[in-house]
Design a protein around this ligand. Structure first.
Ligand code: NAP
Length: 275
């Protein structure tokens, strides 16, 4: 039997519609500022989608485009300027940044109460001690997708393949905070298939096209594919969808799975920071 598809596009639409309803009680528009350094085409496309989403829920959004030649200090000054603006509630610096700029230094420059992607040490610290706060958009979207399956996270064995600060590590903590038993796998894990085969919930955040195959999956598992890989002008995930769907119980598609949820969580976090 084929897995049930966890439809991120539909879930994101529902979340936007809830946001529009909550917005009716506000007398001002939440404001999101995105900073782009350089003109990486993928980043430009992601930012366009984010702006379009803001328009859909009547948020104010603005993009600050800076040359890839700028110094780290110029970028810090831009972040500071946005930190001081009362009409901007969320600041997102689009990654990746040029190699000349240290990404963590830039994240550190964002004031935690405008840190819309929940990646400052302050907000990650709150997540670590399970205190309510702003949580990173992609991991939060992943949790929403799992919840949309109706399967309880508590007591399940969750395996995260990938341990980045952006996705793997925080989503593992979020699953742990919801009483899953969590295993992290990474490039130095020696017995990956043995690990993934035990997963009731498998999070694939590797950045390698179709890396997770059917033989790595426990029958009936929830498989969340975070990967976005461009191959011959086609987007594929980190999971070999066509074969894994015949073993998994639930699976997210690429595109139309985690991506739309990441953007919906960006809107939710902007609203949270605004009110
Ligand atoms: P990343 O920073 O490159 O991290 C990749 C992780 O995969 C690392 O922890 C790495 O291990 C691990 N890894 C690499 N090769 C492996 C192997 N052979 N076996 C097991 N683990 C391996 O990537 P990321 O930022 O987490 O993103 C992962 C993917 O998600 C990318 O395709 C990215 O484009 C996508 N993404 C999608 C969204 C969305 O909204 N849909 C958002 C963010 C990212 P080490 O730590 O040992 O190096």
């Amino acid at each position: 039997m084929s897995a049930e598809i966890l439809n991120g596009t539909r879930l994101a639409q529902q979340i936007r519609s809830q946001i529009r309803k909550r917005l009716k009680k506000l007398t001002f528009a939440p404001g999101l500022a995105v900073v782009q350094v350089g003109n990486d085409p993928a980043s430009t496309l992601y930012i366009k989608h984010k702006q379009r989403d803001c328009d859909k829920v009547h948020f104010h959004s603005e993009v600050h485009r800076l040359s890839s030649e700028i110094s780290q200090q110029v970028l810090i000054n831009k972040v500071d300027e946005l930190n001081d603006r009362s009409d901007i509630h969320g600041i997102l610096v689009q990654m990746p940044l040029p190699k000349t700029i240290d990404e963590q230094t830039i994240i550190d420059a964002i004031t935690p109460d405008k840190d819309v992607d929940g990646l400052t040490p302050h907000n990650l610290g709150d997540l670590f001690i399970n205190r309510e706060g702003i949580t990173p958009c992609t991991p939060t979207g992943i949790i929403r997708l799992i919840e949309s399956s109706g399967v309880s996270i508590e007591g399940k064995h969750a395996v995260c393949v990938g341990r980045s600060h952006l996705v793997g590590k925080p989503v593992g903590i979020m699953l742990l905070n919801r009483n899953a038993t969590v295993t992290y796998c990474h490039s130095r894990t020696s017995n990956l298939t043995e690990m993934t085969k035990q997963a009731d919930i498998l999070i694939a955040a590797v950045g390698k096209p179709e890396f997770i195959t059917a033989e790595m999956i426990k029958r009936g598992a929830i498989v969340i594919d975070v990967g976005i890989n461009s191959i011959e002008e086609r987007l594929v995930g980190d999971v070999k969808f066509d074969e894994v769907k015949d073993v998994a119980g639930y699976i997210t598609p690429v595109p139309g799975g985690v991506g739309p949820l990441t953007r919906a969580m960006l809107l939710e976090n902007t609203l949270k920071l605004a009110i």
